[in-house]
Design a protein around this ligand. Structure first.
Ligand code: ZN
Ligand code: ZN
Length: 829
């Protein structure tokens, strides 16, 4: 066995740490080890085994003063076999390199195994502690002290308790002695007791949660059960009485139903050892006997051929809304599974509704693992193990599913590849679509990027033949595209003499649809009641105390809320600056829009869909179901309503403030506007009757609005690519945003000034450095923010310069957590 191992730890430092391997231990590259780090125990990934004695600089030494380096030792080897195979290790290192992220933090993101590691602290008594206890016992009064007699009493209770025991967990010690945290810390400082991190891995024998029927067979006829309860009881009975809880989720009943049955004593929950053979639910007959159009068949064949070639291939599946992309994905995944190989489907955060999950379960039964943000740590770990054991060869999930440990990966699909939820907005700031492409490359697999409105980058790559372009030009059953009419709101203002939220045209069209018992959707991409509160006397607006942004008025919940940090304040009745009572609530959000529409159409049943009405994944689906079932006449909401699947009855879509995003100082503003307008327009139309879309705008001549109104993708891309080329924005060259932040304004200023001077005096041919400048949102979540924007035709050169900058920041003792490097940023705000 080599003498040392290098371990990547999830700490904000761009390095691995060297530890000595004690005799008898056999860590493996890609496996986890438990190691001491500063005063803690951390689990990390072994990235190298070697015999090179480390230098003091980059090893986890006890002290840097001694000439002989005293290297800390591995405490425990947690894995006998790698948890990250060679390919995933390589992918993690690529991410660390490409996004300039600490490699340990990358690995932590890739491995959802937090549930297996239990943090704990324990205390033990020292010789000094024994002495203090002894003195107190003999003299009766300890040395003079600032502490109260009660505090001294507690201290001696702690010493007494510890004197009889070797090492006691903090929780037990505090429960037994009622000692406070500060008092414990004081005792550590006096060296009477020692604190030790005893974090450890949980019991390795894993168990499975199983639901068992409690002898109700005979009484079944007599029990009052609702529909959902009956489904579960029947399923348990059919499977012989016991079924893994996990597989009950495939039944499409609310999670709470099982809990109710347990409380009623009809079902019990048991922990069975993992090798317990769980009876599988009989798969329901698959409803997925697809009737494919010629274009879909062609797409399927092309993907099938590429998979059969067993080498890397990229494909952009550009299919207009309603063209049946999802059916193509599922059919491809079934083919791959039939060949005994693996596939991963990535969907945007909002795309993974319970209905989609139910479809996947129906189609793939136990072979599918579904990963989403609603899972607990333990559930996530369980899914991860199922995938790794090869039990689930079909994986569907949001962003981090790109790291699913499947073997023999054949196909990776990224649905709605332009969606911004694929970008992680914390370290490591990776983009799951781009990681998917890289993973497919490393695995010799096929990657399919699907979208109705592809990102500029992907469309450009397809045009340059880096990806094969597969187009689905027709909607299924040849449903016609909606007619789009633009309403110029400046003209509306001139003609009516007042600022309107809903134009006369839109109001008339809504009335017509409601009379015909047809359904309407109205999009306003801003939640809350009023986005601005303004003092008429002094002009001051109410800003968040943590962020340099306006607080939004939420009428029903009677509060002011910051949409960036979530802080909440009371609704002001007078100006905080001048005391005037003339405070004015300006502008319109989705809550106010709903109220306005209620006023105009009192008979209509109106639902609202935004982050205030949608708390969980179920809420989103419920609202869409209500629309589908005809329980609603109108649905109002933010961009969420643009992203629903399969809404059939809507014949009119109104868009209020179609151009709101165009005012933002962000080079992607036009692209985002075009995508949103195209998506929401795709919701209009029913059967053979074409829908209609009304776009209200103040920028009617803007090309994003014009091209969206004409359903002209190619036209928009050509125009937008010109703009990107002139400005050297992606896809013409790479871009990075470097954000310097601090709660102290002078720190943020001086750090960004220091780094600015460093950029100035450092040679960086072929790289444009803009800044430092105040970020568009100058203060966010208490931090003052300054930034640099780097642009370069050469990603290698840009990353080299960024590495140099990080080294300079480290040398100047600017904390790594306050210098944020965002490569390929999605937002520049
Ligand atoms: Zn005022
Ligand atoms: Zn805020």
């Amino acid at each position: 066995m080599p003498a040392f191992c290098d371990v990547a730890l999830a700490v904000p430092l761009d390095m691995a740490f060297t530890y000595a391997i004690p005799a008898g231990m056999e860590p493996v590259v890609g496996g986890r080890v438990l190691v001491p780090f500063r005063q803690q125990r951390l689990s990390g990934i072994v990235v190298d085994l070697h015999d090179r004695a480390p230098q003091a600089k980059n090893s986890a030494v006890n002290s840097t003063v001694h000439s002989t380096v005293n290297i800390k030792k591995v405490i425990e080897v947690l894995d006998q076999t790698p948890v990250l195979d060679e390919q995933l290790l390589k992918l993690g290192k690529w991410i660390a390199d490409y996004y300039l992220a600490p490699v340990g933090e990358v690995f932590r993101t890739m491995l959802p195994l937090a549930a297996e590691f239990k943090r704990a602290v324990a205390y033990g008594i020292t010789d000094a502690g024994h002495m203090a206890l002894h003195l107190a016992g003999t003299s009766g009064s300890p040395a003079r002290s600032k502490r109260t007699p009660q505090q001294q009493l507690v201290e001696f209770r702690v010493l007494d308790y510890l004197a009889e025991r070797e090492s006691v967990r903090e929780a037990s010690l505090r429960a037994a002695t009622k000692v406070s945290k500060p008092l414990l810390e004081g005792m550590v400082r006096k060296k009477w007791i020692v604190r030790e991190d005893v974090s450890a891995v949980r019991d390795a024998t894993r168990t499975v949660k199983v639901a068992g029927l409690v002898g109700v067979e005979a009484a079944r006829g007599l029990l009052k059960l609702n529909e959902n309860q009956k489904i579960i009881i029947d399923a348990l009975a059919a499977a012989g009485g016991k079924v893994a809880v996990e597989s009950l989720r495939g039944l499409d009943v609310p999670r709470s139903t099982l809990g109710t049955l347990v409380r009623r004593g009809l079902v019990e929950l048991l922990d069975e050892a993992q090798d317990f053979t769980v009876s599988k639910l009989k798969p329901r007959r698959s409803p997925f006997e697809f009737e494919f159009s010629a274009a879909q068949k062609e797409a399927l064949a092309k993907i099938g051929e590429a998979v059969a070639a067993r080498k890397f291939g990229g494909m952009l599946l550009h299919g207009i809304t309603g063209s049946g992309k999802t059916a193509v994905y599922l059919a491809c995944m079934r083919q791959v599974l039939d060949q005994g190989r693996s596939s991963i489907l990535l969907v945007p955060e909002i795309g993974l509704t319970p209905a989609v999950a139910a479809d996947l379960r129906q189609m793939f039964g136990d072979e599918v693992a579904i990963l989403h943000s609603g899972l607990s740590d333990a559930e996530r770990a369980e899914q991860w193990h199922r995938i790794r054991r090869g039990e689930a060869r079909v994986v569907a999930g949001t962003r981090s599913a790109v790291f699913a440990p499947v073997s023999d990966l054949a196909l990776m699909i990224v649905d709605e590849e332009q969606d911004s939820s694929y970008k992680q907005e914390e370290t490591p700031r990776y983009h799951a679509r781009d990681v998917a492409v890289m993973r497919a490359k490393m695995a010799g697999a096929v990657v399919v990027l699907g979208s109705a409105t592809p990102s500029l980058e992907s469309y450009y790559n397809a045009k340059k033949n880096k990806y094969a372009l597969v187009e689905l030009r027709d909607r299924v059953e040849n449903r016609p595209l909606p007619e789009v009419e633009i309403v110029d709101m400046r003209q509306e203002f001139q003609e009516t003499g007042q600022e309107q939220v809903i134009s006369r045209k839109l109001a008339a069209e809504i009335r017509e649809r409601l009379d015909k018992k047809e359904q309407v959707m109205v999009l306003l991409n801003r939640r809350g009641y009023s986005p601005v509160v303004l003092c008429r006397a002094c002009g001051k607006t109410l800003q968040c105390k943590n962020c340099a942004v306006s607080m939004t008025h939420h009428k029903r919940e009677q509060k002011m809320e910051c949409h960036y940090c979530g802080s909440v304040e009371r609704i002001p009745n007078k100006c905080a600056q001048c005391g005037s009572e003339y405070v004015y609530f300006a502008g319109t959000g989705s809550e106010k829009l709903e109220e306005l529409l209620h006023g105009m159409f009192p008979q209509a049943r109106i639902g609202r869909l935004d982050r205030d009405t949608v708390r969980g994944r179920d809420d989103f689906e419920h609202a869409l179901n209500a629309l589908n079932e005809g329980a609603l006449d109108m649905l109002v909401g933010t961009q969420m309503i643009a992203k629903g699947h399969d809404i059939h009855g809507v014949t009119l879509v109104g868009v209020i403030g179609a151009d709101m995003a165009l005012g933002l100082p962000d080079f992607r503003a036009a692209e985002r506007t075009f995508q949103l307008l195209t998506q929401v327009a795709g919701r209009a139309g029913r059967g053979q009757s074409p829908g209609k879309v009304i776009l209200q705008t103040y920028f009617q001549e803007h090309y994003a609005v014009q091209f969206a109104a004409r359903h002209d993708f190619a036209g928009f891309y050509e125009k937008e690519l010109q703009f990107r080329a002139w400005m050297h924005y992606p896809p013409y060259g790479a871009i990075a945003n470097v954000l310097i932040r601090s709660e102290k304004l002078d720190e943020a200023l001086s750090w960004s000034g220091e780094l600015g001077r460093w950029f100035e005096k450092t040679r960086h041919e072929g790289i444009r450095v803009l800044g430092p400048a105040a970020a568009p949102i100058t203060r966010l979540k208490r931090d003052y923010r300054y930034h640099f924007i780097l642009k370069s035709a050469s990603r290698e050169k840009m990353n080299a310069l960024l590495r140099g900058m990080l080294a300079e920041a480290a040398a100047r003792k600017i904390p790594r957590t306050q210098v944020i490097v965002d490569v390929d940023p999605v937002w520049l705000m």
